[in-house]
Design a protein around this ligand. Structure first.
Ligand SMILES: Nc1ncnc2c1ncn2[C@@H]1O[C@H](COP(=O)(O)OP(=O)(O)OP(=O)(O)O)[C@@H](O)[C@H]1O
Length: 253
């Protein structure tokens, strides 16, 4: 079974500790929301778990192997990463951009095996992009482009997905569409670790919530256990009304 683990992972930059002793685990069948205020260290933790940060203490492993020791191709076969910054080098067709996700198998746009092409078509269909497959990416709306980035991640057919704020700047309907696509991936046997700032959305979809503050993980568990008014005050400094998975933010504390 695919398993991503960090064991007491810390990340440093200069004299600052961005992540402090974080231990997390992600396996298929889980939809995990990673939560915390701006600057809490969420992106640094994700990058370190993928072996992409330099000054790291502790271990991050995929199926027992240190992620930092894996080649980018090996890593990409285990885990798809949708970063917060998602630049496109140049405008291209949707299908060609999604094809870049087959990098893990040595493929490139215009050089796809039958298996690569099938994976690209499946990712395009999964993200509801079939009608847009030949469109240039610079003609797409923000919501459509967000689905292209998801499809590119899914094209690798990795069992695990890490997505850093995949619904940022999307309207509510498009947020739900992206979250539904990730939920479908999990229902089909994948495991997803997703950074979200929208607690309502996180509570609706996540099977587990990991809460971070000032580089530390302060809670990790089911929404029913970890989503409380006290935690909302502790983590975000807001007053909230919580009823099961329902949360209503009333204002700053
Ligand atoms: N290379 C670096 N050098 C110095 N400080 C850094 C570096 N990278 C990140 N930081 C700082 O570390 C802190 C954590 O950043 P990080 O991006 O991990 O937080 P985050 O929780 O993902 O925030 P956001 O929700 O705003 O994206 C921030 O204060 C950031 O300025």
């Amino acid at each position: 079974m695919a398993e991503l683990c960090t064991h007491g992972l810390s990340v440093e930059a200069g004299n600052q500790r961005l992540v402090d002793g974080a231990s997390i685990r992600l396996v298929p069948g889980e939809f995990v929301a990673l939560l915390g205020p701006n600057g809490a260290g969420k992106t640094s933790l994700l990058r370190a778990s993928l072996g992409l940060e330099k000054k790291v203490i502790g271990r991050a492993t995929i199926d027992g192997s240190d992620t930092a020791a894996l080649s980018p191709m090996q890593r990409a076969r285990h885990i798809a990463y949708l970063p917060q910054q998602r630049p496109l080098a140049w405008p291209n067709t949707v299908r060609d951009v999604v094809s870049l996700g087959r990098y893990a198998y040595g493929a490139a746009p215009g050089r796809l095996s039958a298996e690569d092409a099938a994976a690209v078509d499946a990712a395009i269909a999964r993200c509801d992009l079939t009608a847009l497959a030949q469109r240039q990416t610079d003609t797409l709306s923000g919501g459509e482009l967000a689905r292209v980035h998801c499809a590119r991640a899914f094209a690798a057919e990795a069992p695990l997905l890490i997505a850093d704020e995949p619904v940022a700047a999307l309207d509510p309907r498009h947020q739900f569409r992206i979250m539904d696509i990730i939920a479908d991936f999990v229902a089909a046997g994948g495991g997803a670790l997703v950074v979200l700032h929208d607690i309502t959305l996180a509570a609706r979809y996540a099977s587990r919530m990991i809460w971070m503050k000032q580089g530390r993980i302060v809670a990790d568990g089911a929404p029913e256990e970890t989503l409380t008014a006290a935690r909302m005050a502790e983590i975000y400094g807001v007053q909230a009304r919580v009823d099961g998975r329902r949360v209503e933010i009333e204002g700053a504390v």
